[in-house]
Design a protein around this ligand. Structure first.
Ligand SMILES: NC(=O)c1ccc[n+]([C@@H]2O[C@H](COP(=O)([O-])OP(=O)(O)OC[C@H]3O[C@@H](n4cnc5c(N)ncnc54)[C@H](OP(=O)(O)O)[C@@H]3O)[C@@H](O)[C@H]2O)c1
Length: 265
């Protein structure tokens, strides 16, 4: 299937590795030029070179912190300056600490909301006026299935993700009439550095070793394995494309039918 992404311009946050990187790579493989952001400039440049070499598309690294409004606005403005327009926004720059209510600190709650919720709001806010003026755009927020399936050890992520889903629903309703589609993708455990860190923290708090923490995750998913970044990126790329023309305000789990409560020991 031709996803009709040739010569489109995509802006992907949190894309030096993990789901963001896989999404940038698949968008480029479908013919899009892609601006990728993350905080660490060196890693971002390496990733950009690797994706460009594989796909032959322009991949532009733009270092910035998506928890800082000025950085988000600067990167979006520089993208429009360089390419003239942005067709697709994908947000992946997110991180929320796992942990138990009585141990989570004020700072951890604020950090989770500041990046995973407000970082996504800032990114959408930075592109939306431009997309409205053009009467076209596709926005995909990579959120997380704990916004749909609460779990007590993941409550900072769950709360930020639930806020993202509500925000995306409202924005989809408001901007659909302007030709902008806004959808969310909601993974369960995905094999990335972030998941590895969460597993270690889960093991610490639940007083089991990491192998047991991994086993609990795997056992909660009917397929008996966790997800790979590419499997999330395929859905992101489809949703970003004109082929998903009637999808708006949708919140799609990509979690293999995970039964979340099975992780709650
Ligand atoms: N992996 C999972 O199991 C899972 C499950 C559900 C939802 N998700 C969500 O999916 C998204 C991507 O997760 P992932 O697992 O792919 O993470 P990852 O492998 O840890 O990659 C995160 C990316 O975001 C960048 N980043 C982090 N903080 C940033 C900031 N403040 N500003 C700009 N970039 C930032 C990182 O680079 P720098 O550190 O250099 O900035 C990196 O490029 C996140 O929103 C996560 O919550 C992941």
């Amino acid at each position: 299937m031709d996803l009709q992404l040739t010569n489109k311009v995509a802006f992907v946050t949190g894309a030096s590795k993990g789901i963001g990187r896989a999404s940038a790579e698949q968008l480029a493989a479908e013919g899009a030029d892609v601006v990728i952001t993350a905080r660490t400039a060196d890693a971002l440049e390496v990733t950009a070179k690797e994706i460009a070499a594989k796909t032959g598309r322009q991949i532009v690294p733009m270092a910035g912190d998506m928890s800082v409004a000025e950085d988000v606005e600067r990167c979006v403005a520089a993208t429009i300056e360089q390419f003239g327009h942005i067709d697709v926004l994908v947000t992946c720059a997110g991180s929320s600490p796992g942990g138990l209510l009585e141990e989570l600190t004020e700072e951890q709650w604020l950090a989770s909301m500041n990046l995973k919720f407000l970082g996504y709001v800032r990114s959408v806010r930075a592109v939306i006026g431009h997309m409205r003026e053009r009467g076209a755009g596709s926005i995909v927020l990579v959120v997380g299935n704990d916004g749909l399936k609460p779990s007590y050890w993941e409550m900072t992520a769950g709360a930020a993700n639930a806020a993202d889903l509500n925000f995306a629903s409202s924005a989809a309703e408001q901007y659909g009439r302007h030709g902008i589609r806004i959808n969310t993708v909601n993974p369960g455990p995905v094999n990335t550095d972030r998941w590895d860190g969460l597993e270690k923290a889960f093991a610490r708090d639940k007083k089991v070793d990491q192998a047991r923490a991994h086993e609990l995750a795997v056992n909660s998913i009917p397929f008996g394995r966790i997800c790979e970044s590419d499997e999330v990126a395929s859905l992101v790329t489809f949703l970003a494309s004109p082929k998903a023309s009637f999808l708006n305000g949708a919140h799609i789990p990509v979690d293999g039918g995970q039964r979340k409560a099975l992780m709650d020991i």
